[in-house]
Design a binder for this molecule. Structure first.
Ligand code: AMP
Length: 279
């Protein structure tokens, strides 16, 4: 695995590969890698000749400095995992390599930015689109792989790619879970064993909605989930919503093409998100 910290050296190397007609798959991450990240890499490896992975804890997408500060950064262990996963290229830039001082960015993301995570974490998706656009400019991938775990992020990036005519295909990869249902997340590391147990309420609420989707109304599914989560020990609910999976508008009927249930909650000091496609 080749490791680059400089964007110009990476670009140069990738240009040579492109001249050899190699297709480039890209998996951006913030590190603290787990099986969820590795599953994206696995999918990328099957769909592209060269797999580029990045590790960059992007400061512009954190609206809470304490959250940025405590974000785990086990770089050496991550590098070993990426070697084990047969990644061809790791891009590991510094903040200074990615950003000029005082740089600004704004993309009109419209409605999508003002719901769910966008509403609770103002500016988050500006930071996400800012850094992903930079990565796309540097790596120029043919295909980029993102997890369904961050469902709203995928819709926002699809919208950006369309708005800015970026020549990249986006692939949404399924959520990897622990055997008991907990969605893998770099933040799970912060959970104590009792919090980890309490966190199972999130996936349980989603599974329950899926299991009763055919027999209950959308309103019933949502209110039962909210009642369950509100009564769950150690869980401070931010939202549980059932939305049209294409638009993230509230699903008003089961007739829309695809429907997603999304949940976010704080468990102790750790904020977790999860979702499931109901249709
Ligand atoms: P992060 O390092 O949290 O920014 O995540 C990097 C990529 O991995 C994003 O596209 C995430 O959606 C994806 N990802 C995170 N957790 C999971 C998971 N449990 N299963 C699949 N993909 C995931």
């Amino acid at each position: 695995m080749k490791i680059f910290t400089s964007k110009s050296a990476l670009s140069e190397f990738l240009n040579e590969l492109r001249e050899q007609e190699k297709s480039i798959g890209f998996v951006p991450t913030m590190g603290a890698l787990h099986e969820g990240h590795l599953s994206l890499i696995d999918i990328a490896r099957r769909q592209s000749d060269v797999v580029v992975c990045s590790i960059f804890v992007n400061p512009t997408q954190f609206n809470d400095p304490a959250d940025l500060e405590k974000y785990p950064r086990p770089v050496d262990a991550d590098i070993e995992k990426l070697r084990g996963a047969d990644v061809d290229i790791l891009f590991l830039p510094s903040v200074e390599e990615m950003y000029e001082p005082g740089e600004s960015w704004h993309l009109d993301l419209g409605y999508l930015e003002n719901v769910l995570e966008g509403k609770i974490r103002p500016g988050h998706y500006q930071g996400v689109t800012q850094v992903v656009k930079k990565f796309f400019d540097i790596v120029k991938p043919d295909v980029a792989f993102f997890g369904q775990k961050d469902f709203q992020q995928v819709l926002i990036l699809r919208s950006m790619v369309k708005m800015l005519n970026i020549p990249v295909k986006l692939v949404m990869c399924p959520i990897k879970r622990e055997e008991d249902g907990l969605a893998l997340s770099s933040r799970n590391i912060h959970l104590s064993s009792s919090e980890r147990h309490n966190a199972l309420a999130l996936s349980a609420s989603l599974n329950n909605a899926r299991d009763h989707f055919s027999v209950k109304s959308l309103d019933e599914l949502k209110s039962e989930a909210i009642a369950f989560l509100s009564a769950s020990e150690g869980v401070e609910l931010d939202y549980f919503e059932i939305y049209d999976a294409e638009t993230l508008q509230p699903a008003t009927s089961k007739d829309v093409g695809s429907i997603v249930a999304l949940v976010a909650a704080k468990v102790g000091e750790t904020r977790l998100i999860d979702n499931i496609l109901l249709k």
